[in-house]
Design a protein around this ligand. Structure first.
Ligand code: IGP
Length: 379
């Protein structure tokens, strides 16, 4: 499966423009047999990998293409996995079809994803994959996100804190008027946050990649999570190029093959992936994937933006044993405000928590950390 990422073992004749024009970002679209040293190895190629290979003339000895995975559309594949988000697949290449502009999103998450498709296609047009890959190579070195969480948990005996920087959210509007992301990050770090999560989505959360980059260049040492709605591996390279050490992958948005592929992209870049689930079905999908190290259980429904803090406990009761056996670290996410909330999440079995609103809204977000835990954190 090495070719999954490299995209470098393909024969151009196997891929007609018509097949590439299908609407499949960036899932695996084709399976093939690749002959290595006389041995046939089954491979899966992503559309990005194919396009990358086509664009860069990196064609080697692909033999036979067995079957287009894409007899089905991405939406059919996703729906069969319980995903409620449809992809509109805005045109990226001239041969690709356009989305249906009159469609109405079913809920806020679908709206966000549709907006993200437009944003990413525009960003990609300005900075193609090759350029962003190159910038990611020149980015400041990756820091160990999971290591920082584990160390902080060991040090404090309470779940490690991923403190979040977000100016606004669709459910709550603007959370803080006087908003200086670098100052907040420094205050979080000084008060014992293990890692920092930075919203980069502009349209719905008023975040930016500039804040991520500024925080990374400000001397803050905590590993940084790029909090983005990732739908395309291009965004992972982009996040890395801006100094991110980890990214978020949302199981409600991404079909299994995208999760697997993107996890692999992350690992190749040395980054961590926080894979976020909100229900049992998503958790079971994620637990089937090899190499998962970090799962976030969200108490926030991304369809309704309603919070239920018992969600983490409920899912841990059901799947905690498997999670522990696999050595996966779980992050409890959203709606945590008081030391009792933290204790509740801890007793459910999480080793880390992701907290935004209750810190951001406080007059002094740094000092609010001691209030959240009921004690000062060591760092
Ligand atoms: O601000 P809160 O309730 O402390 O939650 C933080 C974080 O969990 C939340 O921002 C979040 C986690 N995953 C998401 C996905 C989309 C939107 C928001 C989120």
């Amino acid at each position: 499966m090495e070719s999954l990422l490299a995209g470098a073992h393909l024969h151009p004749a196997a891929f007609s423009p018509a097949s590439l024009s299908r609407c499949h970002p960036p899932s695996v679209v084709v399976r093939g047999v690749h002959h290595v040293g006389g041995r046939a190895v089954r491979c899966a190629y992503t559309k990005d990998a194919i396009l990358y290979a086509l664009e860069h003339d990196e064609m080697f000895n692909s033999e036979e293409v067995v079957q287009w995975e894409s007899g089905k559309t991405i939406n059919t594949i996703a729906a069969a996995q319980g995903i409620q988000i449809s992809r509109r697949c805005r045109p990226r290449y001239p041969s690709e079809g356009s989305g249906d502009d009159k469609a109405v999103p079913r809920h806020i998450l679908e709206q966000i994803v549709w907006d993200k498709e437009v944003e990413v296609s525009q960003r990609k047009a300005k900075k193609p994959l090759m350029n962003v890959m190159e910038s990611s190579e020149n980015a400041p070195p990756v820091r160990d996100f999971i290591g920082a969480l584990t160390a902080a948990y060991g040090r404090n005996g309470v779940p490690a804190l991923i403190a979040e920087i977000k100016k606004a959210s669709p459910g709550r509007g603007v959370l803080r008027e006087n908003f200086n992301p670098v100052e907040i990050a420094q205050a979080y770090e000084a008060n014992g946050a293990a890692c920092i999560s930075i919203f980069t989505d502009e349209k719905h959360f008023q975040g930016s990649f500039e804040s991520l980059e500024m925080i990374r260049n400000s001397g803050v040492k905590c590993p940084l999570l790029c909090k983005e709605f990732i739908i395309d591996s291009w965004q992972i390279y982009y996040a890395r190029s801006k100094g991110a050490d980890a990214i978020l992958l949302i199981a409600a948005v991404l079909p299994d093959l995208d999760l697997k592929y993107m996890l692999r992209v992350c690992k190749n870049l040395g980054m961590a992936a926080l894979i976020e689930v909100q229900d049992e079905r998503e958790l079971d999908r994620v637990l089937k994937i090899d190499g998962v190290e970090l799962i976030g259980i969200n108490n926030l429904s991304l369809e309704t933006f309603v919070v239920d803090t018992s969600n983490t406990r409920m899912l841990m009761e059901k799947r905690g044993d498997t999670i522990r056996d696999r050595g996966i670290l779980v992050v409890g996410e959203s709606g945590l405000i008081t030391p009792d909330d933290v204790a509740y999440a801890h007793s459910a079995g999480v080793s880390a928590i992701l907290v935004g609103e209750s810190l951001i809204k406080a007059e002094d977000p740094g000092r609010a950390i001691a209030g959240l835990f009921g004690k000062e954190l060591l760092h």
